[in-house]
Design a binder for this molecule. Structure first.
Ligand code: AMP
Ligand code: ZN
Length: 486
């Protein structure tokens, strides 16, 4: 809000309450969306690493203009329309190691939203139009524009706009609640039938989950105006208290230097990239490689570079865990590990400078690899070096090699969606290696057997679910356990 970098202080000791605007679930998420969600994930992980207990809430926008329109077009209910994309969002987030926030949904909070509108009306901050829609009267909130730093002097009192997204110079009374339109979904409520506006959804759900004033509100830079400006207006004029104490906005991602758009053919969902054979870990790494406040230019060269970087880190860890070392310690390595941790922390403390943090870990890997080759790493140096890697990975989350399993899932999804022609050879190969070998399966079956012998059915069921997820059908008969591939 101050447009300056401020020291972060939570409103309550040791606790951070943060809210991020989540996806509008009318399609698969694109890499721009995930640029923002990964940036917020890093912030969340870093706050947690700093010892805060973090309450992190994200909304699923499952009521909005586009959703209502598309659901009506397809002749299905809003819930039927959004369910598929909400599931896809959760799966995609897991695929690139985004820690799950607490998810809240607009459709589950409609009565509270109607209630909020009627309280705004009572306070004279909102009014009902002839068609039954409700609008926020921005003339009643003189600080309107304080986040986007826009001067709305001379705005016309009473000029209205009823779409969720609109032009940047348009300071108009915005819709809190929209009256039903023929053929489109609506809800009955205490203020009449209709549906909530997008801005209202976030005000109501964030304050409900986190309190009237909370620490941090996040989203992509396009949300500054009008979305977040409107959230502030509704919330602060209602409570008379500051809404969010800090704002966190990720700069937009470009693709090969251009704005991503379907017409330019440079529009990619996360799944599109995996279909082309790219690993989820490379994508995550690339998305984290530019600090959130800087423009990230996504290129396929960059993606290949990212894959090499992740590989180098994984190989280094393997070298440390699998190597044989002579007894003792090398003070230079001990210092290197400690200094690398300090450098990483300092970088992230500086407004989450992820590029500097990555540079710090690569310097460490370079020096340690050189020492390795000349026998300069001793037994007692392994733990501190590994611990620096762990600190890094608590934030960046790319070291565990589970890409093949994840790619197998995208492969299966593409097959069920009839998108076989989009599956690249790269994905086909990766999916193959993501499959469990017979020996792996037999091992899990043996574990199931011993769990069942110990009457530990919970473990047995978990193992069975694991196998099912990998496409292995398990049959339990009185003669024993049988399995086959789907
Ligand atoms: P939406 O699903 O459109 O509501 O957007 C979800 C999130 O993605 C919001 O925080 C947007 O600001 C963000 N977003 C959309 N496009 C981009 C982009 N090209 N780069 C970064 N973030 C984006
Ligand atoms: Zn929002």
């Amino acid at each position: 809000m101050s447009s300056r970098i401020e020291e972060f202080q939570p409103l309550r000791d040791h606790e951070v309450r943060m809210y991020a605007c989540g996806p509008t679930v009318y399609d698969y998420g694109h890499i721009g969306n995930f640029r923002t969600f990964v940036a917020v994930d890093l912030l969340y992980r870093f706050l947690r690493q700093n010892g805060y207990s973090v309450r992190y809430v994200m909304n699923i926008t499952d009521v909005d203009d586009k959703i209502i329109r598309n659901a009506a077009r397809d002749g299905v209910s809003v819930q039927q329309f959004t369910a598929k994309y909400e599931t896809a969002f959760i799966e995609d987030s897991a695929m690139i190691n985004i820690e799950p926030p607490k998810l809240v949904r607009a459709t589950e909070n409609i009565p509270q939203m109607a209630e909020f509108v009627s309280r705004l009306v009572e306070k004279g901050l909102a009014y009902r139009a002839e068609d039954g829609s409700y609008y926020f009267r921005i003339a009643k909130f003189p600080q309107y524009g304080k986040l986007s730093k826009k001067d709305f002097q001379g705005m016309q009192d009473g000029a209205r706009v009823d779409v969720d997204e609109y032009e940047k110079d348009s300071a108009r009374d915005f819709a809190l609640w929209k009256a039903p339109k023929p053929g489109e979904a609506s809800w009955e409520s205490s203020i009449g039938p209709g549906r909530p506006g997008w801005h209202l959804e976030c005000s109501v759900m964030s304050m409900q989950e986190l309190g009237e004033s909370f620490d941090l509100h996040a989203g992509g830079e396009d949300l500054i105006f009008p979305h977040h400006e409107n959230e502030i207006a509704q919330s602060e004029s209602m409570t008379g208290k500051p809404f969010a104490n800090f704002w966190f906005h990720a700069r937009f991602l470009l693709v090969e230097g251009e704005k991503m758009s379907k017409s330019l053919g440079n529009f990619f969902t996360l799944r599109d990239l995996v279909l082309k054979g790219h690993k989820p870990s490379s994508i995550r790494y690339l998305l984290t490689s530019v600090p959130y406040r800087n423009q990230l230019n996504f290129t396929f060269d960059g993606l290949k570079q990212a894959a090499v970087s992740v590989e180098r880190l994984r190989n280094f860890r393997l070298r440390l865990t699998a190597g044989n070392f002579t007894d003792g310690s090398n003070p230079a390595m001990q210092t290197l590990a400690a200094e690398s941790i300090t450098r990483m922390r300092a970088a992230l403390d500086d407004d989450l400078n992820t590029a500097q943090a990555q540079a710090a870990i690569f310097d460490m890997v370079r020096h340690a690899n050189a020492a390795f080759d000349s026998g300069g790493i001793k037994k007692d140096d392994v733990a501190p070096l590994l611990s620096a890697l762990t600190k890094f990975d608590e934030i960046f989350a790319v070291l565990d090699d589970d890409d093949a399993t994840k790619m197998k899932r995208v492969f299966d999804w593409a097959s069920t969606e009839g998108r076989d022609k989009d599956i690249s050879d790269g994905l086909r190969d990766a999916a193959q290696s993501g499959q469990l070998s017979d020996a792996d399966i037999e091992k899990k079956i043996a574990e199931m057997k011993s769990a069942r012998a110990a009457r530990d059915f919970k473990t047995s069921d978990l193992l069975r679910a694991d196998l099912a997820a990998a496409g292995i059908l398990v049959e339990i008969t009185k003669d024993g356990i049988r399995w086959r591939r789907k």
